[in-house]
Design a protein around this ligand. Sequence first.
Ligand code: SF4
Length: 435
Amino acid sequence: MNAPTEERAHALFSPSSAYTWIACKASTAAQLGQPDESSEYADDGTASHELAKWCLDAGTDAVAYMGRVIKVGEREFEVDEERADYVQMYVDGVRERIEAYKLTGARVEVFIEQRLSIEHITGEKGAKGTSDCVLIAVWEDGRAEICVIDLKYGRGVEVSAVENYQGMIYAEGARNEHADFYDFTSVRIVIHQPRVSEKPSEWEITPAALQEWIATVAKPAAEQGMLYVESVDFVPLSVTDFAPGEKQCKFCKAKAVCPALAMHVEETLGADFEMLADVAAQPDFDGYLTGVELLDNDRLGVIYESLDLIDSWAKAVRGRIEYELLNGNAVPGVKLVQGRRGARQWSSTEEAETLLKSMRLKQEQMYNFKVISPTQAEKLLKTESPRRWKKAEALITQRDGSPSVAPESDKRPALVIAPPADDFEVVTEDGDDLL
Ligand code: SF4
């Protein structure tokens, strides 16, 4: 995947934001000058990409870097067991794929974090993106496949490789980069999202179909977006230039101040507010909302479709207000206050330990001992002593996940819950059944 900082420095139309600038042509112009706060999640992902790069470059496993600290901007991330486990899943996936190509008789070339020019796609001078891993497999019969592999470290929604705009732009960048040496007969896009799914998502496309998409979708979108970027100072954007939607707005920096998104939220909820306002405006309105229908399940379903978008819009608006206030800019009706104090902690753990010992506290009074987790036990025993691991494994239980609401398109089967039986007894008029 991307090295976000580098991409941002060079590309207005970056592969990682391809869905945004393709779906909403005004988005690049709208984001100009908007604060660019890197989130902790994004930096966390960058740290894991760095770890993956170390492993693939050096042929080592992630566990070899346990305890190392990776600095991303001002933030520091330690390579702990969880990070090492997930990154190793991606590293193993890349290595297994290389071996699988070799088993079919292919010669394989590997490029880790390769910088790829995308200028021929977006028209932006010097624009580049960084692909996490590019594999080139060449067979003796003349076939050649280019495979771009993307690590996504998020826990959120599962990302599919099928028609993945970011992957398609990386694939075209990689194809173009190596086109002088190979005549590719297939293109493969692979997305590893180890915290969401053990199996990567992958998709194969012909080079001709990929180039057709670049010519008819990506290039025209970038051209239109660039026109807006070049003219926005003279011709204000019109609401019809925007196209709000969950996927494209999710990582858009203009989200908090986007008029089209605010209108979309208002339209989604507006009908209900208008209905309440209509009732309140009635001359005989007595302060009680009588005569209005409560929202039925159909209406709840309509609102549900926009909830994620509304939720991320609300977070963006809160974040932007905080940013303005922290920068000394007033926002009417809102102010900054001192938050709750943090949890108490020792100013020096060593000094606290010495002091408590001098007070003759017992070990069990001074320290919290905890048995290791199943994951830690597996690390310790599975390879070294499979028999002991089997015994320990028998003691592991796992709770079923609680039911959770998901959109109809979710891959998991729907849980069927029977409505509760109507088992209320009829209460007789004299109230005997209440006794
Ligand atoms: S928030 Fe959504 S609609 Fe507004 S500019 Fe960004 S992508 Fe377009």
